[in-house]
Every structure is written in C-alpha cells, then in structure tokens.
Design a binder for this molecule. Structure first.
Ligand SMILES: [Zn+2]
Ligand SMILES: [Zn+2]
Length: 302
C-alpha cells in the first residue's frame, strides 16, 4: 500500500538543515538559534516521504484514510538524556561545550561544527542501553490523511511537523505524502479529461445504434450514427475529473474501436462474401476512407 523512504537525515540529523547550519556556522560564526540551548547548534529534523498508491476513482472523489508513520517517544530509561541511568552526559572536551571548534588555516580562523559532539556540546560516556544514546525511541503512530478530490499523479501532500525530530530543540521535519495513481483498466487521464476506447461491432458501426459506455460515475449511452468509422471520438461533457484547482469537471472522450469479427462459421463466411460482392458492385461509394486513399495513391504515382 505504501512505504517509507527515509529523509535526507536518516539518523535524525536533518540533511539540508544540517548542511545549511554548517555553512552558515562556518561563514558567519552563528551558533544556536530559536529554541536551542545556549551555545549549541539547532538542527531541524529530516523530512520523511511516504508513497501512497490510490485508484483513479479515489483520485477523482477524494479519500479519507489512515497511514502508519514513524514517530519518536522520549526514552523511558534515560528520560531523554541518552545517558545510562546513574551516569550523565559530560561537557564535550573538544569544544568545551560550545558545539563549535576553531581551525586555524593560514591567516584565517575557521569555525566548524565540533566533530566530537556534532554541535550538541555534550558527549555521552556511557550511552543508555535502551536507546543507544539517542534519548528517544522510534515507534509508530497512526495519522489521519485527507486526500483532496481531483488530486493527480505525483502531487505531494505536506503534513507539517510529522517528519523526524529536530536536534538540540530544533523543529521537526515534515512528512510528504506522494500520490501514485494506479493505472485504470478502462480510463486514461489527461489533466481533467478522461479517454477510453469503446469496442463497437462492425455491423453496429455500419447501421448505427445506441451503445453503452462506462463513465467514472456509472454507465452512459452514446447514439452512434449510421456509418460510424473506426477512431471516431465522442465527447461526454463534464464526465471527466474535477481537478483540485478547476471550477468544473473535464470531459470524457470515447474513442470508437471498430472490431473485425473472428472465429466465423461457414455460414457467416458465406454471408460476408455475399455482402462483399454486393458492396463491390457499388464501387468505392461504400468505403469513404478507401476512396480518398485510392485518390492519394493515384496522385503519388502520377
Ligand atoms: Zn535512553
Ligand atoms: Zn564538542
């Protein structure tokens, strides 16, 4: 039904946020940020991506559903500190707790995120056995998702704050639900319009008559005129899909596919041969496409 792809920061260290943190930290010497403890670098949590497969009917009508997503609880054993009970995190000796180190390169002093504590300012000498020093335990939660009517393939729904947790008090990332629409057995979607192929027997095509065609909302009828040719298209107004940003629905295009009969009995063969003879007597009169085709071939060899 769907699956997870970890965000850029698989380990809970937000990919882009971390990368930017490093760049700005290096250039401007920034430390800390909104919500962060003093002297520590704050990282936003990574984004998560969830692929959701839906049917064309669900895309057209919308859907309310539930998905299971990862979530993180504070570790009960260490109460979030990440340290084994009875021990405590120590101030990082490499950066003296600032989360930053200064490297001297020629005339310049370059500030970088401390490689020892990864900007946190603290190290855990004895990690908590329950969470391996992370301070939190990964679990799952159920999320109610409302898929809007008219959504299409490749669109993403953002669920703010449902990504990975931030680091050092940083905000969590977001969850992105990516919509995949399953291929439909009958309809093909083109924007708000739908297309379908309607097989029509050669006799019905020749004589005309009413035929039943499928629509997303049930069956409809088309009146075929006498002498309907293969490939003729009939448009059913408003029988397409109402897109998310559209004020009215698209149309349904039914493409006539005239079928050649197969597995004929001797009697049917005889009837067809008789019909053929009769049609030939009328010349090209009965074959509008052949008529123009013969003309075109003549012109070609002039
Ligand atoms: Zn723990
Ligand atoms: Zn450090």
């Amino acid at each position: 039904m769907g699956g997870f792809r970890g965000g850029p920061g698989q380990e809970g260290f937000g990919g882009f946020a971390e990368a930017f943190g490093d760049i700005f930290g290096d250039i401007f010497g920034q430390t800390g940020g909104a919500g962060g403890r003093r002297g520590q670098q704050v990282f936003r949590g990574g984004d998560l991506s969830y692929a959701m497969e839906i049917t064309l009917e669900e895309a057209a009508a919308g859907k309310e559903t539930q998905i299971r997503i990862p979530s993180w609880n504070e570790c009960d054993t260490c109460h979030g500190s990440g340290a084994k009970p009875g021990t405590s995190p120590k101030v990082c000796t490499t950066c003296s707790g600032s989360g930053q180190v200064h490297l001297r390169q020629g005339f310049f002093s370059i500030q970088q995120t401390c490689p020892q504590c990864r900007g946190g300012g603290k190290v855990i000498p004895e990690p908590c056995p329950a969470c391996h020093g992370a301070g939190r335990i990964k679990t799952h939660k159920t999320l109610e998702v409302k898929i809007p009517a008219g959504i299409s393939e490749g669109m993403r729904i953002r669920s703010a704050g449902n990504g990975e947790p931030g680091t050092n008090g940083g905000p969590p990332g977001d969850l992105y639900i990516e919509i995949r629409v399953k291929q439909h057995e009958i309809f093909e979607r083109d924007g708000d319009d739908l297309h379908c192929s309607v097989p029509v027997g050669v006799v019905t095509a020749a004589l005309g008559g009413n035929i039943e065609v499928p629509t997303l909302g049930g069956k409809a009828e088309i009146e075929l005129p006498e002498g309907t040719q293969h490939g003729k298209t009939f448009r059913l107004r408003g029988k397409g899909i109402k897109g998310m940003r559209s004020s009215y629905p698209g149309d349904l295009y039914c493409h006539v596919a005239v079928e050649t009969p197969i597995k004929l009995t001797e009697h049917q063969r005889k009837l067809l041969k008789e019909l053929d003879e009769s049609l030939r007597k009328g010349g090209d009169r009965h074959s509008p496409n052949a008529m123009s085709w013969t003309d075109r071939v003549k012109n070609l060899f002039k």
